[in-house]
Design a protein. Structure first.
Length: 316
């Protein structure tokens, strides 16, 4: 028989957040990938019959994946791009599409908490988890989390010194997002943008025949999430930025390097999972060989840009 629970509230155990609603037999709800509503709309009805336990936190679902990505070569690449913004003490920063809040937390830590960071996302569930992680790290006082659509940001013109947008332009109207980033950035401010690069091959450092290696590297762009009809995940990023009247200070594809223990096993599984049995076996042998000599890595390309808004630019 299911165990009846008569407790309402929330808490955390071993890094897993829980919220309990209603009373009766326990019903446990896990996070759903990127579904914006998650279970929110169902909980009031379910809680009339069950003790609904909604789980979340950095170790479950999409939040776990986003946090793991931030600890990998992807996070190192984002840090290198942010270096080029020359963020100064006290400047205000907007992050558009903050996900789990890992980049926002890194931005705060860059200057010892002297920069006010506004972190936005269109997904209310992800935003609530990002807020919880910031709270756990003692950073809620300097990061303000707000729900916002990247195509229509709810901020005045020329409001921020620096704007940051990483792997978001793929998902909507990229030109509209770029226009909004430019609009809310003050004249003389900087905008850092990073997108996936589906027009650039990956690099998998495996000792396999050249033809097989070329096929593996070509598989890389197909392993990520799709690109929206008006999204951007190619070199058109650079023209979109300059056409918006922004001046480049850094443009070009860069690689996120995944090493052992940094998403590498997952990335390799996705790359070789579509190969024939014989080719997959050859790759697995090569992986073990590369692990033994310490040369195993996978490089994923991203289009990266840091641009400046001209001091005489008109607001959109």
């Amino acid at each position: 028989m299911p165990t009846a629970i008569a407790f309402n509230g929330e808490g955390e155990i071993a890094g897993i957040h829980y919220r309990i609603h209603g009373q009766g037999p326990a019903l446990v709800l896990m996070p759903l990938s990127l579904a914006p509503s998650q279970w929110g709309s169902l909980v009031p009805r379910l809680s009339n019959h069950y003790s609904v336990i909604v789980l979340g936190g950095a170790h479950l679902g999409i939040i776990s994946l986003l946090e793991e990505r931030a600890r990998s070569g992807y996070g190192e690449l984002v840090a290198q791009v942010l270096d080029r913004t020359d963020l100064a003490l006290g400047e205000t920063v907007l992050e558009v599409g903050c996900g789990s809040g890992a980049v926002a937390r890194a931005l705060v830590n860059r200057r010892g908490g002297t920069n006010q960071v506004v972190a936005t996302d269109i997904n209310p569930y992800i935003l609530s988890e990002a807020r919880a992680l910031a709270r756990d790290n003692g950073l809620l006082g300097v990061i303000k989390f707000e729900q916002a659509n990247a195509e229509a940001l709810p901020y005045p013109d020329a409001h921020f010194d620096v704007a940051v947008c990483t792997t978001v332009l793929e998902e909507g109207d990229a030109d509209r997002m770029v226009a909004e980033l430019a609009r809310v950035t003050r004249p003389g401010g900087r905008i850092a943008v990073l997108t996936r690069a589906i027009d650039v091959g990956w690099w998998t450092n495996l000792p396999v025949p050249g033809e097989l290696k070329s096929r593996i590297d070509a598989l890389g762009p197909s392993t990520g999430a799709g690109v929206g009809d008006r999204g951007c995940a190619d070199a058109s990023l650079y023209a979109r930025l300059t056409e918006a009247g922004l001046t480049p200070s850094m443009l070009g594809p860069q690689f996120a390097i995944y090493r052992d223990g940094q998403r590498l096993a997952d990335v390799l599984d996705r790359l070789i999972g579509v190969l024939s049995e014989s080719d997959a076996r050859l790759c697995r042998d090569a992986i073990q060989q590369a692990k033994m000599n310490g040369t195993l890595f996978v490089a994923e390309p991203f289009h990266c840009a840091v641009v400046k808004k001209g001091k005489n630019a008109r607001e959109g």
